[in-house]
Design a protein around this ligand. Structure first.
Ligand SMILES: [Zn+2]
Length: 444
């Protein structure tokens, strides 16, 4: 019988995950994203990717590891990496959700290799391609929660995980001799935490040998220590804006569709119209069918493909908002920051809800804060992106205890040594090294 092999290409000391599980000639790879390192980012908006050489450049820049049998020879050019054509492996790639540290490099995979994304995630990816935010270099396959599919002899079953991105999933991998669970990114303090906790009860029955777990909050630089739920945030915004004469402004990420819906609902509770940039309104319509008002400002950047949204969406003008700031809650993304100058002189409260710029301490984050202060508005934000999007240490212990795997490996954390493995045995793999998994033990 073939033994199951596991290899951690990337993710044992931070974000950007690439892990393979191989049995015989069948192989699954989880995630295919570049590390999230704002200060070491080459493509900073001034340096632009070169399309024809994008695969070779990504490998040279170490945005993606040189995984054998994944890239086409023509894309590798002269790089000494075994290409898809030269490899005998039967490979499929699973993506846990559409945040960039998990999927930014999927367009570089040879088109013959299936790349699986949850059907809701795929819908979002298509919408992002339609608004020119993602490029359509290749096609993708979809999966649904709890529906098992096969990669040769390997079975893959996706489970629901509560992360802000639509279709977020963890994967149960069953080979002839082993059972592995890769959690993807997950939290248990979002509005869907009950559903996420119910999945743990199912997984607890599976006799998992190896648990590969998102351990972001074990890193003190990322976890603020503040325990705040998603609901706490919406309630706080409500308290700030209820009976307030101020204009409300918020900045969130356009891939976090559930949050977009919650902000729309919050507007209703407040009796305020939530007004969206055309790109966000387009994504909301495609994902949920909800048609929301858009704002149209001369200084705002509007992609060509969205210009005709003026005709079939309610348009709110600067004048409307200036006349009654207390009736509006407007979404603003960083690229359109200066369009907020049209509301100077009005009282305002700005809520930074984990949109770009993502992390405090970056130059662009400070520019955003400076502009809000220049307008004499109140700047509000909550915890940080890492704490908001990942499970708190107590929830992490609870998950490890319930799943009760023989071995646990922490990924997506700068400090995996801080993990409390509870009843499992923690293993610290070297990157780019094959391990055999036997009775739940990883060995070289
Ligand atoms: Zn992540």
């Amino acid at each position: 019988m073939n033994k199951t092999k596991v290899r951690f290409y990337r993710g044992t000391h931070g974000m950007g995950i690439v892990i393979s599980v191989t049995n015989g000639t069948d192989r699954v790879i989880f995630d295919f994203g570049a590390p999230f390192t704002p200060l070491a980012q080459v493509y900073d908006g001034t340096v632009l990717p070169r399309n024809v050489n994008r695969v070779k450049d990504a490998i040279l820049l170490e945005r993606i590891p040189a995984v054998e049998g994944v890239f086409s020879r023509k894309d590798l050019q002269d790089l000494p990496v075994i290409s898809y054509e030269e490899s005998s492996l039967n490979t499929a790639v699973m993506i846990c959700h559409l945040h960039l540290d998990h999927m930014s490099e999927i367009d570089k995979i040879a088109p013959e290799i299936p790349v699986y994304i949850h059907e809701e995630g795929l819908k979002l990816l298509n919408a992002l391609q339609e608004v020119n935010e993602e490029k359509a270099y290749r096609s993708y396959s979809s999966f649904r929660y709890h529906e098992t599919f096969k990669v040769g002899q390997i079975s893959v079953t996706p489970y629901f995980s509560d992360h802000p991105c639509p279709g977020s999933a963890g994967f149960l991998i069953e080979t002839a001799d082993s059972t592995i669970y890769y959690s993807g990114d997950i939290r248990f303090h979002g509005l869907d935490s009950k559903k996420a906790l119910a999945e743990l009860d199912v997984l607890a029955q599976k006799h998992i040998d190896l648990l590969i777990v998102d351990a972001t909050t074990t890193s003190p630089s990322e976890f603020t220590g503040e325990i705040i739920t998603e609901k706490d945030i919406y309630d706080d915004i409500y308290d700030h804006l209820n009976h307030s004469a101020s204009l409300g402004i918020f900045n969130q990420y356009n891939r976090d569709v559930a949050m977009m819906q919650h902000m729309n609902d919050l507007g209703k509770r407040l009796g305020r119209t939530v007004v969206w940039e055309p790109e966000y309104a387009y994504i909301l319509k495609r994902m949920t069918g909800i048609k929301v008002p858009v704002y149209w400002i001369e200084s705002q950047h509007i992609p060509e493909c969205l210009v005709n949204m003026k005709n079939d969406h309610e348009v709110i003008s600067v004048k409307d908002i200036r006349n009654h700031p207390e009736k509006y809650l407007i979404q603003n993304s960083y690229g359109n920051l200066l369009s907020l100058s049209d509301f100077d002189g009005l009282p305002g409260e700005y809520f930074h809800l984990f949109g770009e710029p993502l992390v405090k301490g970056q130059k662009d984050y400070q520019i955003m804060v400076n502009v809000v202060k220049k307008l004499n508005w109140i700047f509000n934000t909550y915890t940080n992106l890492y704490s908001f999007s990942h499970r708190y240490p107590e929830h992490l212990r609870n998950m490890i205890e319930k799943i009760n795997a023989v071995t646990v490996v922490a990924v997506h954390s700068k400090h995996p040594e801080n993990l409390d493995p509870v009843n499992s045995m923690q293993f610290f793999p070297e990157e780019n090294q094959d391990y055999i998994l036997e009775n739940g033990i990883l060995k070289q």
